[in-house]
Design a binder for this molecule. Sequence first.
Ligand SMILES: *[C@@H]1O[C@H](CO)[C@@H](O)[C@H](O)[C@H]1NC(C)=O
Ligand SMILES: *[C@@H]1O[C@H](CO)[C@@H](O)[C@H](O)[C@H]1NC(C)=O
Ligand SMILES: *[C@@H]1O[C@H](CO)[C@@H](O)[C@H](O)[C@H]1NC(C)=O
Ligand SMILES: *[C@@H]1O[C@H](CO)[C@@H](O)[C@H](O)[C@H]1NC(C)=O
Ligand SMILES: [Zn+2]
Length: 488
Amino acid sequence: MRFQLIVAHAALAAAVLFITRNPASVLHKRDAVTPAIFACPATSWPPNTIGAANLPQEPSEDLASMLVQVDPAKIEATILKLVTFQTRHTLSTQNSTTRGIGAARNWIHAEFQKYADASDGRLTVETVGYVQQPDGSRITFPTLISDVVATLRGTDENRLYVVSGHYDSRNTDIMDYEGDAPGADDDASGVAISLELARIMSQPDYPLPKASIAFVTVAGEEQGLYGAEFLAQTYANATPRVNVEGMFTNDIVGSPKADDGTVDPYVIRLFGQGLPPITVENSATRETRLTIGGENDTPARNLARFVKEVGENAATQMNVSVIYRLDRYLRGGDHRPFLEAGYPAARFTEPNEDFAHQHQDVRVEDGMQYGDLPEFCDYEFIARVGRVNGAALWSLANSPGMPTNVQVNTTALSNKSTFYWDPPLAGEEGVEAYEVVWRTTAAPFWTDVIDVGLVNEATVDLSKDNVVFGIRARSADRMRGVAVLPFP
Ligand SMILES: *[C@@H]1O[C@H](CO)[C@@H](O)[C@H](O)[C@H]1NC(C)=O
Ligand SMILES: *[C@@H]1O[C@H](CO)[C@@H](O)[C@H](O)[C@H]1NC(C)=O
Ligand SMILES: *[C@@H]1O[C@H](CO)[C@@H](O)[C@H](O)[C@H]1NC(C)=O
Ligand SMILES: *[C@@H]1O[C@H](CO)[C@@H](O)[C@H](O)[C@H]1NC(C)=O
Ligand SMILES: [Zn+2]
């Protein structure tokens, strides 16, 4: 919260400078203190009179022991190995054992397989894919797009969380599939996190999670998000449809350093979209959402809020800076096809990007080194990002999941708020109690909570006109799930 404030103030100051001075002045340091009327306390009416403060969720004992195991040396070894394939461009050769995307894919599969072999049958690995025909754009000949998917089986029947990185790479010319494209940060760093978490979470000394977790690496990201699209559609079109309750892509998570030398080694950005794609939410639902002020409480946003609650602690040593938008300007990522398939998804990206070190041919120009080289990666930083992912995934997978059909009673004017809901899809066995959470409408994160017990209806003595509510489920071991916005 404190950190979030600092970011908000800096942005506000920059915006003020921008409209009152010449454009270059946005590069200057801020010179004014944000007035108190725009600070967080200004969003705190109505005052809290019931419930308790919503506190972060500390890691469970199992989770804490997993996070300690996340090893910067293993992450470094993965990135260095992936760079040895010289290029992992999606259109590069798939016939060589030492060069190109095919060799990289086979190596990743073999790595996951090692963890699967040591997992007592808990982890299974598959390489899945399809041939993408020329698309008139970034695919010029029929190309096999392969995703390597390692799934840790949960005890619930049909609930899955996905963590992904893309193993394809590129250089300056997106169509150049022959030149070297090391792709250390973009996105061997994300691949290394999928591998490292699979290695740790599949170890037989740990209990199985309730929900399954898929540790994924995909191809075709740079050519048009093809691998992620294929996987999202495969889950969505399965019978029954796979219930993906959360997906994260780690894309460009290799370094905390900006081109001007700014370093934020303890910050990771998490991009979470507001309104879902129009193909996912029909116009009637969207109309209702806008009427009730629910545009900031979509499944993706509430997934991002959850990550902040479980991912920012002494075990991860990270601050999660939630950014309320789909992605950076002019950029795209593998969370998008999952959002378009109707799944909550979000994107992790380093805090400061250095554009000389991504999507660039390896070269020296005016004494400056360009290219996405391992020497610009910070393995301790990537390990911390891995811990944030690990905290999010294990906490999600051991939560009871999200309650369904969450509704608010709006049949009559009332100063109180009454809610109804049904158990999560996985059933109510894993639920010890439900919690009503809320915050003032201008606050970014859930501030308040009230435990309402194992019921499917609750009335809270607080007007729904002034705050945003969410309903979440909690397990006996105090693992909370993601909160859901009630609809009328
Ligand atoms: C790879 O080998 C197949 C036959 O096994 C061939 O059809 C294809 O053209 C080769 N591709 C490349 C990129 O060398
Ligand atoms: C982020 O987290 C770290 C470690 O938990 C802390 O030392 C630091 O002050 C926090 N804030 C920023 C802006 O990095
Ligand atoms: C909603 O509340 C009204 C009273 O304000 C009550 O008559 C109605 O039955 C409630 N709706 C449901 C679905 O319980
Ligand atoms: C709601 O609260 C206001 C202010 O306390 C009060 O005047 C009004 O009668 C209440 N309305 C209902 C329906 O309880
Ligand atoms: Zn990328």
